[in-house]
Design a protein around this ligand. Structure first.
Ligand code: ADP
Ligand code: MG
Length: 569
């Protein structure tokens, strides 16, 4: 199965080598934009304007008012591994610039027609350089404002294979816009402009306020609802700032989670996991928070030289970074997330909706959120509530200092039991009840797999289950809270629930399944004492607003909403 011998090993020509190397840096038009914008930022630009045509394939023009390149060095800038940003190996450890590999300009010139016009402060005229196939075509002086303009035409003209992999221009444009908005967030003091096929697609203020940049990146409605990150306990030398979404503002994808490390827009598993862990139990399955998170740490503690595109980073102490981010997000959610407000109530009798607040405009924002207008954040913890009664055997009606609450008794109880289960799991030895007469259960093959996978997590809660030959298992102990129940049924139900809980975190899945299995059902009548007890327990939880699956536990009608609705305001 070997190919015909083709004459041995040879060194590739510089042109071929350049094209191969370029493939790693320049994957698509947005990569060109990213590299050029990074160069402008490294040059200290205050204004950066980007124009693209034909999805960036026909034209990309990036103009900045940065330092410019001295006439004597313009040609050098297009040589491989030519950079003004580092001089020695040690410099890589202490990077303060976005670029350092000296690869972007030669790589772009290897796969497109490039032109550069640049002038430094103090020079009377600028210099224009034209390249074709990576080779200098013309070099001439020309009047120019201070700064640098790079024009890239016919991207991938010489690499048709790459062209084939590009998406529709609209998709490539979206990726280019993403590059601009992310850099606008990290560099709020710089004004960014993006023109797509002559239309203004983005202009940021450049006034230095991250909040303004957020509006540019995410839109007014969404930006207004984000929560500024609270300061967490300082951990070593890592600090974190930024904004995250309240639990009722989510997306089905992670594309609106932006992470920056020392001002560099990065992709990081560690940061993404830290973020999502902080939301555990607050979001429905398959939903993801929005976030803009800036991590700052000493340059020597992060390695950006992992990949030619510099999007990947490695942390020297990733446990520390993880902990700081998770703590900051967690604290923010506990302390400042607003209580879910429902602004529309279905009026069954008339089959119509009575708006109790301003409706959100149609579109993504309204379908993705719990239909809530901007409002002042209030503590996520519940105020003390007075129980008034039960509706439909399912909802508890209560009154608080600010209006009326309808509480879903099942969801509320689930939250209480879930937090209790999680607390048990934190203990070394969970409260368990040994069975005087062990119970033997027969399990189907699917249930057996489930039990084996979740065994450790179940033991963490106080279950003791042992194989008893074939498909039989022996239950020797149960969590104390379940003492006296029909254990066979408890285990059956629990495994049923467990099968439906998604996720790979078995401890969390087991806690959720147990909570759901144990919670009061809808339709079950409760005495006043029972309702009061449940509401007190809910008040004591860390996240009373949602059940462990992220569904709301309550509807809150504020006093002002009621007033407005009845025309009293
Ligand atoms: P790197 O950014 O890794 O140094 P590049 O190939 O992107 O490598 O750029 C090579 C050099 O060209 C940079 O080190 C810088 O000195 C110069 N340069 C590139 N773009 C600009 C710009 N917009 N303004 C000023 N200098 C620039
Ligand atoms: Mg660069």
């Amino acid at each position: 199965m070997f190919a015909e011998p083709r004459g041995g090993i040879r060194v590739l020509t510089p042109e071929v080598a350049a094209k191969i190397a370029a493939g790693e840096v320049v994957e698509r038009p947005a990569s060109v934009v990213k590299e050029l914008v990074e160069n402008s930022l490294d040059a200290g630009a205050r204004r950066i304007s980007v124009e693209v045509e034909g999805g960036g394939v026909r034209l990309i023009r990036v103009r900045d008012d940065g330092a410019g390149i001295p006439a004597s060095e313009v040609e050098l800038a297009f040589q491989r591994h030519a950079t003004s940003k580092i001089a020695s190996e040690e410099d890589i450890e202490q990077l303060t610039t976005l670029g350092f590999r000296g690869e972007a300009l030669p790589s772009i010139a290897a796969v497109a027609d490039v032109e550069m016009l640049t002038r430094i402060e103090g020079d009377a005229a600028g210099i224009r350089l034209q390249l074709r196939d990576g080779v200098v075509l013309t070099l001439a002086t020309e009047g120019a404002p201070r700064g640098t303009t790079v024009v890239v035409r016919n991207l991938f003209r010489t690499v048709p294979a790459r062209l084939k992999f590009l998406r529709a221009p609209a998709t490539e444009n979206a990726r280019i816009a993403e590059v601009l908005t992310s850099h606008a967030l990290a560099y709020a003091a710089v004004q960014f402009t993006l023109l797509i096929d002559g239309r203004l697609a983005l202009r940021t203020g450049g006034g230095g306020r991250v909040e303004d940049a957020l509006v540019g990146a995410l839109g007014v409605e969404t930006a207004a609802r984000l929560l500024p990150l609270q300061r967490a306990e300082p951990q070593g030398t890592v600090s974190v700032s930024g904004h995250v979404s309240p639990p009722d503002l989510t997306r089905s994808q992670r594309s609106q989670q932006l992470f920056f490390v020392n001002g560099r827009w990065v992709e990081s598993r560690v940061l993404a996991r830290a973020l999502e862990q902080a939301y555990q139990g607050l979001l429905p399955a398959g939903r993801h928070p929005l976030a803009v998170v800036f991590v700052t740490l000493p340059a020597g503690d992060v390695d950006v030289n992992v990949h030619p595109t510099k999007r990947e980073v490695r942390f020297r102490r990733d446990g520390e970074v993880f902990a700081v981010v998770q703590a900051a997000v967690g604290r923010t959610l506990r302390e400042t997330a607003p209580a879910p407000l429902v602004t529309t109530i279905a009026c069954d009798a008339l089959g119509e909706q009575i708006p109790l607040g301003e409706r959100m405009p149609e579109g993504e924002a309204s379908s993705d959120s719990a239909d809530a207008p901007a409002r002042a954040p209030m503590a996520l913890r519940l105020p003390v509530l007075r129980v008034l009664g039960q509706v439909g055997g399912t909802y508890i009606v209560a009154e608080g200092p600010d209006g009326v609450y309808l509480i879903d008794q099942h969801a509320a109880h689930e939250r209480v039991l879930y937090e209790r289960a999680r607390a048990q799991q934190e203990k070394d030895s969970p409260a368990m009840q040994g069975l005087v007469e062990p119970v033997v259960v027969e399990l189907s093959p699917e249930r057996t797999v489930l039990l084996e996978d979740g065994r450790e997590a179940l033991e963490g809660l106080g279950f003791q289950v042992e194989p008893f030959g074939g498909s039989a298992y022996m239950l020797r102990a149960v969590p104390s809270a379940l003492a006296g129940r029909d254990y066979r049924m408890v285990l059956d139900d629990l495994l049923d629930r467990l099968a439906e809980e998604p996720g790979d975190d078995w401890r969390d899945r087991v806690a959720k399944a147990l909570a759901c299995r144990g919670a009061i059902k809808a339709g079950q009548g409760l005495t006043s004492e029972e309702m009061l007890e449940l509401v007190r327990q809910l008040e004591a939880t860390a996240s009373p607003q949602t059940c462990p699956h992220g569904r709301p536990t309550m509807v809150h009608l504020s006093a002002s909403q009621l007033q407005r609705h009845f025309g009293r305001a």
